[in-house]
Ligand binder design. Structure first.
Ligand code: C2E
Ligand code: MG
Ligand code: MG
Ligand code: MG
Length: 289
């Protein structure tokens, strides 16, 4: 009986796996066509601080059958399929061209932050690509930041180190993303030429009530300051979180409190309302929610 049961279980399992494989290959096919079908676009989310306004470019995929697919779901597949190379190039070019055009049109000194995956760093000469894209779009190197995760830094090959050195040499900003999750190693902060640190939203969520998060965030901000890293808090959703972070001297905040990621036209409206409100003293305003 146990054997019988086992076999049914096995059959069930294989058919579930088969369904899964089918769904997966449909997704893969759709992803291959996404770029040529113009189903990909960038959303922009403001990064707000005392200095210039920034924005993070976030990839979006709207497929007619599947609807809006989350980057958390499709980016890992793009990485496996090697599609992230082509898509990543498109993202970089698009984000730089858009930022350049906003800077020219609005007169605001913006910066744009672009996520780069570990596959892109490993399989590509990112530094040359960035140099080429900056040249073609006319965007200044200091108006671009690349966001990298600890996975990139965990790679010990000299290839990563050299590319990061060369990018910093050009004046491109380098941010460690989702800091504090993953395999945080403080030695990364010493070894690599980083210029920014983004505190993961997991540490921000329960502020200002959670005592441990208060201690951790306060320590990270103070450490970042002493290491000359610009610090950005991710996932800021409430005024109380913002007030707490400002009291610690956090340089920038990003999150739904300021604005959700929005398409280019909406972000352009944000730039205009930001410029108007920051004509006065305070740039700490929350606009265009
Ligand atoms: P990330 O780089 O850490 O981006 C921040 C994520 O937090 C975004 O999710 C953003 O929408 C979300 N977020 C921002 N503010 C808040 C908030 O106040 N509350 C909450 N709950 N969430 C907030 P999104 O857009 O779904 O992107 C997820 C991840 O996908 C990104 O995390 C990034 O790792 C990856 N990703 C997005 N675009 C690209 C891309 O162009 N290339 C690569 N390689 N990865 C990308
Ligand atoms: Mg990011
Ligand atoms: Mg992040
Ligand atoms: Mg994150």
């Amino acid at each position: 009986k146990a054997k019988e049961h086992g076999r049914n279980c096995f059959q069930f399992f294989t058919s579930a796996m088969h369904e899964h494989a089918k769904a997966r290959s449909a997704l893969e096919g759709a992803l291959h066509r996404a770029l040529t079908n113009r189903e990909l676009y960038l959303a922009y989310q403001p990064i707000v601080g005392q200095k210039r306004l920034g924005c993070e470019a976030l990839l979006r995929w709207h497929n007619p059958q599947l609807g809006l697919v989350s980057p958390a779901d499709f980016i890992p597949i793009c990485e496996e399929l090697g599609l992230i190379i082509t898509i990543g190039e498109w993202v970089l070019y698009q984000a730089c061209a858009q930022a350049k055009s906003w800077i020219t049109q609005t007169g605001q000194p913006l910066f744009v932050s672009v996520n780069v995956s570990s596959t892109q760093f490993k399989r590509q000469d990112i530094a040359s690509l960035v140099a080429k894209v900056l040249k073609e779009t006319g965007l200044a190197a200091d108006a671009l930041t690349l966001e990298i995760t600890e996975t990139v830094l965990a790679d010990n090959s000299g290839h990563i180190q050299r590319q990061l050195e060369s990018l910093r040499g050009m004046g491109v900003g380098l941010a460690i993303d989702d800091f504090g999750t993953g395999y945080s190693s403080l030695s990364y902060l010493k070894r690599f030429p980083l210029s920014k640190l983004k505190i993961d939203r997991a540490f921000i969520r329960d502020l200002p009530e959670d005592e441990e998060d208060r201690a951790l965030v306060s320590a990270i901000i103070s450490m970042a300051g002493q290491l000359n890293l610009t610090v950005i808090a991710e996932g800021v959703e409430t005024q109380a979180q913002l007030a707490f972070l400002q009291s610690l001297g956090c340089d920038y905040t990003q999150g739904f409190l300021h604005a959700k990621p929005a398409d280019a036209a909406q972000f352009e409206a944000f730039i205009h309302s930001y410029a108007e409100q920051s004509d006065g003293e305070s740039k700490q305003v929350t606009v265009a929610r």
